[in-house]
Design a protein around this ligand. Structure first.
Ligand code: GRF
Length: 209
């Protein structure tokens, strides 16, 4: 059974969706860099081990990441899930988890990397928006995309309604992708990413107009 660790910094609604999904893998621990993160309460309520590793207590990213790495090794983790984890990770850490670490980003990557995605989509007047589950690589929001939740922007949408609708899509697609990894439907191989035995050419799309 695949052992999963989830890294959080905030509310943890994606963590909750992953807990509620009854994955065929096991969530063995949750790490937060913020002691006040509500995600920690969710983990405790679900009986999942937690670790608070405050980035402020370390002189640099590498030192902070090394402590996280120790914890992940202690939990014997196979897969790392970033769920609202608001720290940039150092190159050695990313390298150590290459093909074994996922993130979810609130845009249709490669569009709108970085912050304030809903605002930028509205400002540009895009018709399509959504979220992307992708592998984490050293370059921010640039690893291979595995799945996307797509929605149509309505004329009456504002930042908060878009944020809410995108969040709902996140809660649908993130557990699905993690489950595919747990049950072997999605595999990271030396030949590339395989989805149900075929090379994944483009992200699997979930549409919710
Ligand atoms: C989500 O919007 C996700 O796309 C981004 O961080 C947010 C986390 O939300 N990476 P939550 O803490 O899971 O509620």
């Amino acid at each position: 059974m695949i052992k999963i660790a989830i890294l959080v910094s905030g509310s943890g609604s994606n963590l909750q969706a992953l807990i509620d999904a009854n994955l065929s893998g096991q969530i063995v621990g949750v790490i937060s860099n913020k002691p006040e993160a509500y995600a920690l309460k969710r983990a405790e309520k679900a009986g999942i081990a937690t670790a608070i590793i405050e980035h402020k207590q370390y002189p640099n990213r590498e030192a902070f990441d090394a402590v996280m790495q120790q914890q992940l090794l202690a939990w014997d983790v196979d897969l790392v899930i970033l769920a609202g984890f608001m720290r940039i990770l150092s190159a050695p850490f990313v390298q150590a988890w290459q093909g074994k670490m996922l993130n979810i980003h609130p845009s249709l990557l490669p569009h709108y990397k970085g912050m304030h995605t809903h605002q930028r989509v509205l400002h540009t007047g895009d018709v399509w928006h959504g979220c992307t589950v992708h592998y984490v690589t050293a370059e921010l929001d640039a690893g291979q995309s595995l799945a996307q939740g797509v929605l149509q922007v309505n004329i009456q949408d504002d930042v908060s309604s878009l944020a809410k609708r995108v969040h709902q899509l996140e809660h649908l697609i993130y557990p699905q992708v993690v489950e595919w990894i747990c049950n072997g439907a999605l595999q990271h191989t030396h030949q590339g990413v395989l989805y149900r035995g075929q090379a994944l050419q483009q992200p699997v799309q979930f549409c919710n107009f």
